[in-house]
Design a protein around this ligand. Structure first.
Ligand code: SF4
Ligand code: SF4
Length: 369
């Protein structure tokens, strides 16, 4: 078994509740209900355990974390535990008063999501009328308070043409960083491949725009870029390597190696309600299932890139090849690669596909594919 190092970052999914309904939401199809969420005190204990384990950065996410009324108290507890705190938010549910309270509680950084650069696009994708206007107001308050800001733009076939404007907006808002993330097809996005899959031309154009902007905006804006992986030849280094650098705690306390890990049916997950976080990280069966490289079959086992991308994404291998230990089908060496590229082109050519919006926790989900 590969000896694990301590994790650097923890994603705390405080709730799956969210006023928006983005059709690419990475929350699972079966979302945690409000009555199963960890309490304020339980989260505080998790934060202390995370800091003891070696975690440095805490990403407070959801759903929409602002739907938790105890958000300010949680931020303060995380800071007292010595964690760097980053709030990942759509902005909806944040008022100027709450932002000031979060500042007073010690919040270090805000990451604001962008569903589009116009009210029409953003409100359609988020499924929330008036959301863009409120988000722009929140961005102004964030700037006035002086929080370091990262803009997080999720791009797909419908809004990739807005990438140049998204970059401009990041500069105008005084953001230090923008994450340009082409939609990753997990969770709800998997149901929306016909509506959201970018064309090969769009994917290439986005790469060109990012390369040009990185040169032009050097010293002003850092651009993190997640390219369209169905159109790529090699997979992403998912989570920096399974069980190597980060962990996710779901709203009900289950501890996951990545946000989509529950789609792998044979894995079982420990809960912070039953086991200390450090024991889960070092000894939990889900974390050790794909840690390191010993688990790899061919062609990954003898590949020179195996410690570069760790075989790609286990959840994508599950979704597309039906085997979580398979080489990520995005990889050119995967037997599924050619088929995947053809499917990507077919999804990208689909016409008039309606968006399947995510539903709220507790509502009946769409039937699985
Ligand atoms: S992706 Fe959209 S629906 Fe999902 S949590 Fe984020 S803002 Fe809410
Ligand atoms: S064969 Fe495996 S290790 Fe090699 S590039 Fe492909 S996914 Fe990565």
């Amino acid at each position: 078994m590969t000896k694990a190092r301590p994790p650097i970052a923890m994603l705390a999914e405080l709730t799956h509740r969210c006023p928006l309904s983005c059709p690419y939401c990475s929350n699972p199809i079966e979302m945690a209900r409000q009555d199963s969420e960890l309490s304020t005190d339980e989260w505080k204990t998790v934060f202390r355990q995370a800091a003891d384990l070696g975690v440095l950065q805490l990403h407070l996410s959801g759903g929409e974390p602002a739907t938790r009324r105890d958000l300010e108290e949680l931020v303060q507890a995380a800071r007292e535990a010595g964690l760097y705190t980053n709030l990942i938010t759509s902005g909806i549910g944040l008022t100027e008063r709450r932002l000031k309270a979060l500042d007073a509680a010690g919040l270090d950084h805000v990451q604001l999501s962008l569903q589009g650069t116009t009210p029409e696009m953003a409100d359609e994708i988020g499924g929330y009328n008036g959301g863009f206007k409120r988000k722009m107001q929140v961005a102004e308050w964030i700037g006035a308070i002086g929080f370091p800001l990262t803009l997080n733009a999720v791009l797909h076939r419908r809004n990739l043409h807005q990438l140049p404007r998204a970059l401009e907006m990041a500069v105008e808002m005084g953001a230090r960083r923008i994450e340009v993330a082409t939609v990753q097809f997990h969770g709800w996005a998997l149901k929306n491949r016909d509506a959201l899959m970018p064309t090969r031309e769009q994917a290439a154009e986005a790469t060109r725009i990012v390369q040009e902007a990185r040169l032009r905006l050097k010293g002003t804006l850092v651009i993190d870029y997640v390219p369209a992986d169905y159109h790529s030849d090699y997979p992403k280094r998912c989570m920096g390597g399974w069980g190597s650098t980060g962990l996710n705690v779901a709203p009900d306390g289950q501890v996951l190696p990545c946000h989509a890990a529950q789609t792998i049916p044979h894995l079982s997950f420990d809960s912070v309600r039953e086991r200390p976080l450090s024991e889960i990280w070092y000894e939990g069966s889900a974390f050790n299932a794909y840690r390191g490289t010993d688990w790899m079959p061919e062609p990954c086992a003898s590949c020179e890139r195996k410690t570069v991308d760790f075989g790609g994404c286990r959840c994508q291998a599950m979704a597309l090849a039906g085997d979580p230990a398979a080489t990520d089908p995005v990889c050119i060496k995967s037997p599924h690669h050619v088929d995947l590229q053809a499917r990507a082109d077919a999804h990208a050519a689909a016409e008039n596909a309606a968006l399947v919006y995510r539903t709220a926790p507790g509502k009946a989900p769409e039937p699985a594919e």
